[in-house]
Design a protein around this ligand. Structure first.
Ligand SMILES: [Zn+2]
Ligand SMILES: [Zn+2]
Length: 258
């Protein structure tokens, strides 16, 4: 199972860095996790955009789904676009289909022309472990101002979890419990005046990984105005395992802990 970073800037794209988007690949199957601002540019640099086999959206904030509109233009107008028999499965929270149709087609006339079912098949996020290609995927609701989910994904004995955007909440413990690799957001540094229920600090991400006994911690979604070194120092003070701040374009082989 291989993780590739299409973008990792927190909340907005940064200078030279896209917002959130990831590829998870195994057995020639490519699952995209989130598709924030700029990620379709990175996707085209790294892969054929038609290589995607499924798309999963953690939540519907623009920094996690804005480039769905760009992907749609490619899938509907590229001269070598796939036929209607190769619709891309899209998994997302309640309201995903309408949100994405409106994002792509801003007025009634355009929406009358397409409801996007020529290009996509929409499905709810799996609340129970469900096979998507070779991956066993379970979405777990987390805590954010809009309905938001983390995902726990297993392949060939290795388990990976992605927090999406979340504040500290009990369901994070279930999401992260014992995973080999946790991709956790850490948007801001730790401070008493951070509003609850929105994002994790570096310290909170590190404490979660320590409590949950994760094998390796990858940190993402650092806001462009926050110092990554300060986040990493908080993580390392709280978590005794290996940790890394992810960078755009990098790939990580996800393996079982030794
Ligand atoms: Zn975000
Ligand atoms: Zn968000």
């Amino acid at each position: 199972m291989r993780l590739t970073i299409l973008g990792c800037a927190g909340s907005v794209p940064g200078p030279g860095t896209n917002a959130s988007g990831y590829l998870l690949e195994a057995d020639d199957f490519t699952l995209a996790l989130d598709l924030g601002n700029g990620t379709v540019s990175a996707l085209q640099q790294l892969r054929d955009p038609f290589d995607l086999d499924a798309l999963l959206l953690s939540h519907l904030h623009p920094d996690h789904c804005a480039d769905f509109a760009a992907l749609t233009v490619i899938r509907r107008y590229h001269p070598e676009r796939p036929g209607a028999d190769r619709r891309l499965p899209v998994y997302g929270p309640a309201g995903t289909e309408q949100r994405l149709v409106n994002l792509y087609a801003p007025n009634e006339r355009e929406r009358a022309e397409t409801d996007l079912t020529d290009s996509y098949s929409f499905a709810p996020l799996p609340s129970e472990p469900t096979m998507i290609g070779p991956f066993e995927v379970q979405a777990i609701e987390v805590c954010h101002p809009t309905p938001a989910y983390g995902v726990r994904i297993s392949y060939d004995g290795t388990t990976f979890a992605y927090t999406g955007d979340t504040g500290v909440c009990p369901s994070l413990e279930r999401l992260a419990a014992g995973v080999d690799v946790l991709l956790a957001e850490a948007t801001w540094t730790d401070a008493d005046d951070r509003p609850p229920g929105i994002h994790l600090s570096g310290a909170e991400a590190g404490q979660l990984a320590e409590r949950a006994g994760v094998g390796k911690l990858l940190i993402t979604h650092i806001a462009p105005w926050t110092d990554p070194a300060a986040i990493h120092a908080e993580v390392k003070a709280a978590y005794t395992g290996p940790s890394e701040i992810v960078v755009q374009g990098a790939s990580y082989e996800l393996a079982q802990r030794r």
